[in-house]
Write a protein that binds this ligand. Structure first.
Ligand code: COA
Length: 152
């Protein structure tokens, strides 16, 4: 069976991450991957990863760790996307489980947070299916904040 894995960016997979595509109505929901990769070069708290399905790159995720933030904001997932031709196959869910497990390895990771536009119903359903709770708070008065409690 084909396997999902979260891989560091390399000279081999970086261009495939940049070339990943979204549906027309999804493009404006998330910054282009090339923008996120550029941001990660100057924000030391950001780490970009390729989502692989065996040897194919099918998605992109960026994590953020800010040790100076409050517990709910310390570990964050600012970007997550699956290429349109690989969506609705369960790959996003498996990849997100792996990202959560990776972040949970940090002893001080009690919560994982992220945000999305309040009208991005597919994303909200996706994150809620993984156990994230919509806090009702807005980030920069724009995006709904969702939080997953990873340690009781
Ligand atoms: C949101 C996204 C990451 C989901 O990835 P995916 O691989 O298609 O998700 P999965 O196949 O693992 O779906 C898992 C569950 O999420 C929910 N879900 C996923 N896509 C959905 C959609 N379009 N509509 C409604 N629910 C959806 C469902 O509950 C689904 O379970 P089901 O298929 O058994 O019904 C993908 O649609 C995407 O990249 N969207 C564009 C970028 C974006 O909006 N990112 C998030 C905001 S930053």
């Amino acid at each position: 069976m084909a396997e999902i894995s979260i891989q560091e960016l390399t000279v081999e997979n970086i261009y495939k991450c940049i070339d990943l595509e979204l549906a027309e109505d999804q493009v404006d929901r998330i910054a282009p991957n090339v923008y996120s990769i550029a941001e990660s070069k100057v924000h030391s708290n950001f780490t970009p990863y390729a989502i692989h399905l065996d040897d194919n790159v099918i998605g992109f995720v960026m994590t953020e760790c800010d040790p100076n933030e409050i517990e709910e904001r310390k570990y964050w997932i600012p970007r997550f996307m699956i290429d349109v031709s690989y969506q609705r196959k369960g790959y996003g869910k498996e990849a997100m489980h792996q990202v959560i497990d990776m972040l949970k390895k940090n002893d001080d990771c009690h919560y994982i947070g992220l945000s999305t536009e309040p009208d991005n119903d597919p994303a909200l359903q996706f994150y809620e299916s993984l156990g994230f709770i919509n806090t009702g708070e807005l980030l920069e008065e724009r995006e709904a904040i969702l939080v997953l409690n990873v340690r009781k």
